[in-house]
Design a protein around this ligand. Structure first.
Ligand SMILES: *Cc1c(COP(=O)(O)O)cnc(C)c1O
Length: 400
C-alpha cells in the first residue's frame, strides 16, 4: 500500500446528503468536497479577473493534456497518451473511425450484445457515413474471442457491461484480436476508477471512457481517449478540429494533425467541467487501486449473499464469480422499476435498466458494510411488504 493511501471508505471526502445510501456512483459519482469551491474560484478569479488571458495564465489550453495524464495513471497508460474532451459517444466515433482506417481492406466492426447502445449507434452512424459495404457484427458476449476473423477490422468492446456488471478478460480478448490482425478498442466507461486497468499490459490500440461515473467529474464531465504510442502518430482524425491541429494559432487553411493523441482534440474544451474533473481526480493520489478493488469485491459479495438469503423473488443478473464482475451488482425482478422507485423514496439510490434490472453500484470510496446492510434491510421490506405496489411508483420518469 502506498504510504499516501487512506483507509477506505473516504466518505468525508464527499458531499453526501445525510441519511442517503448512494448506490449509483456507477452512473453519476457524487460531488467531492472542495470541488464547488475550486469551481467558484475558477469562475471569479480566473474567468472573472483574467478573462481571455486565462487560456495562458491559468493553463486552460493545456488542461485536456494535463487532466489526460491524471486519467492515464488510473488506466495503466503512459504520460501523453490520453486526452480529454467531448462526450464518450464522440470519442467512440473518433476511435472507431481511426481504427477502420488502420485496416482499409477489412469491413467489419465487431461488438457484443451487452454493449451500451450509444456505442452501437455510433458504429451504425459511422457505417452510414462511410457509405461502403461496412458491417456491424454483434455477437453474444461469450462469443467475442471466437468471432475475430480476417474480415474484422476493429473489435469495439465495453470492458464492464453497464447492465449486468459482467467483466470481459481484457488481456485475453486483446490477444485474440491481435492474433487475427484485429484492432482493439476498449470502452472503459464502467472500469476507470472501478477496477484495476492496465492498458500497457493489455497492449490494445485504443481505449475510451467517461469521467462522470466512477471518476466523480460531475454531470457532463468530459470523456477521455487513449491511443497506443505507436498508433497515435499515424491516426487520421475523423473530426479534424482546430484544436487537434499542429498549430491552431497559425490559422492555416489546411488541416495538419498535432503530433500525437492531441489530434483527437476537436474544439474549445469545457473549462468549467474540466476544472471540476481535475479537482475530483486529486482524490486518486490517495487511493490504492488493489485495496479499492478488494473492498469493492467484499461489498458486492456481502450484498449478493444477504439479498439472496432475504429476497428470493429477486434473481442475480450479474456473474457470481467476482473475477468476472465489475463494481456493480444487478438483480432481475419483474416489478424492478416500481421497486427501485420505492427504494429511492426511502433514500437508497440505485437505478433501473429495462426490461427488469435493478442496478446497484458499489463504490468503496464512500460506501461501507453498514450501508450495504442497511440497503438490504430496506429492500427486503420493500419486497416483503409489496411497498412497490403503489401507483406513484409505476410512472416512468424521463431518466430511469
Ligand atoms: C455511460 C456510457 C456511455 C455514455 O456516453 P456519453 O456520450 O458520455 O453520454 C457510452 N458508452 C458506455 C459503454 C457507457 O457506459
Amino acid at each position: 500500500m502506498k504510504d499516501t493511501a487512506h483507509t477506505l471508505p473516504m466518505k468525508h471526502w464527499f458531499e453526501l446528503p445525510p441519511g442517503m445510501i448512494y448506490l449509483d456512483g456507477n452512473s453519476l459519482g457524487p460531488l467531492p468536497k472542495g470541488t464547488a469551491d475550486r469551481l467558484q474560484a475558477m469562475m471569479t478569479e480566473e474567468w472573472g479577473q483574467n478573462l481571455i488571458t486565462g487560456w495562458n495564465r491559468d493553463g486552460w489550453m493545456e488542461q485536456p493534456a494535463r487532466v489526460g495524464n491524471m486519467v492515464a495513471r488510473l488506466i495503466g497508460a503512459p504520460e501523453g497518451s490520453v486526452t480529454m474532451g467531448d462526450t464518450l459517444s464522440v470519442k467512440v466515433y473518433q476511435a472507431l473511425s481511426a481504427a477502420l482506417k488502420m485496416r482499409p481492406d477489412r469491413r467489419v466492426i465487431l461488438s457484443d450484445s451487452g454493449n451500451f447502445p450509444s456505442d452501437l449507434y455510433m458504429a451504425q452512424g459511422l457505417i452510414q457515413q462511410l457509405g461502403h459495404d461496412y458491417e456491424l457484427r454483434v455477437v453474444a458476449p461469450e462469443e467475442v474471442g471466437n468471432a475475430m476473423d480476417e474480415a474484422v477490422a476493429v473489435a469495439m468492446i465495453t470492458h464492464v457491461d453497464y447492465r449486468t456488471g459482467r467483466m470481459h478478460d481484457m488481456a485475453g480478448i486483446t490477444k485474440a484480436a491481435h492474433a487475427a490482425g484485429v484492432v482493439m478498442l476498449w470502452d472503459l466507461a464502467h472500469s476507470a476508477g472501478a477496477v484495476p486497468v492496465d492498458l500497457m499490459a493489455a497492449n490494445c490500440e485504443f481505449a475510451v471512457g467517461c469521467t462522470y461515473k466512477y471518476l466523480n467529474g460531475g454531470p457532463g464531465a468530459p470523456a477521455f481517449i487513449y491511443a497506443r504510442n505507436d498508433v497515435a502518430p499515424a491516426m487520421e482524425p475523423a473530426l479534424a478540429g482546430w484544436l487537434g491541429h499542429d498549430a491552431p494559432f497559425a490559422f492555416e487553411p489546411e488541416y495538419r494533425p498535432a503530433p500525437g493523441i492531441a489530434r483527437m482534440r476537436v474544439g474549445t474544451p469545457p473549462v468549467m467541467q474540466m476544472t471540476a474533473l481535475e479537482h475530483a481526480l486529486l482524490i486518486w493520489d490517495h487511493v490504492d487501486m488493489p485495496q479499492l478493488r478488494a473492498a469493492s469485491v467484499a461489498l458486492c459479495e456481502l450484498f449478493i449473499r444477504e439479498l439472496e438469503a432475504r429476497c428470493p423473488d429477486l434473481t442475480l443478473a450479474s456473474p457470481r464469480n467476482s473475477a468476472e464482475r465489475g463494481s456493480q451488482v444487478s438483480f432481475a425482478f419483474e416489478h424492478g422499476y416500481a421497486a427501485m422507485q420505492a427504494l429511492i423514496d426511502r433514500d437508497v439510490i440505485g437505478d433501473f435498466r429495462a426490461p427488469d434490472i435493478m442496478r446497484f453500484g458499489f463504490t468503496p470510496l464512500y460506501i461501507d458494510e453498514g450501508d450495504v446492510l442497511k440497503a438490504v434491510d430496506i429492500l427486503e421490506e420493500v419486497i416483503r411488504d409489496r411497498l412497490w405496489d403503489d401507483d406513484a411508483y409505476q410512472r416512468k420518469a424521463l431518466v430511469t
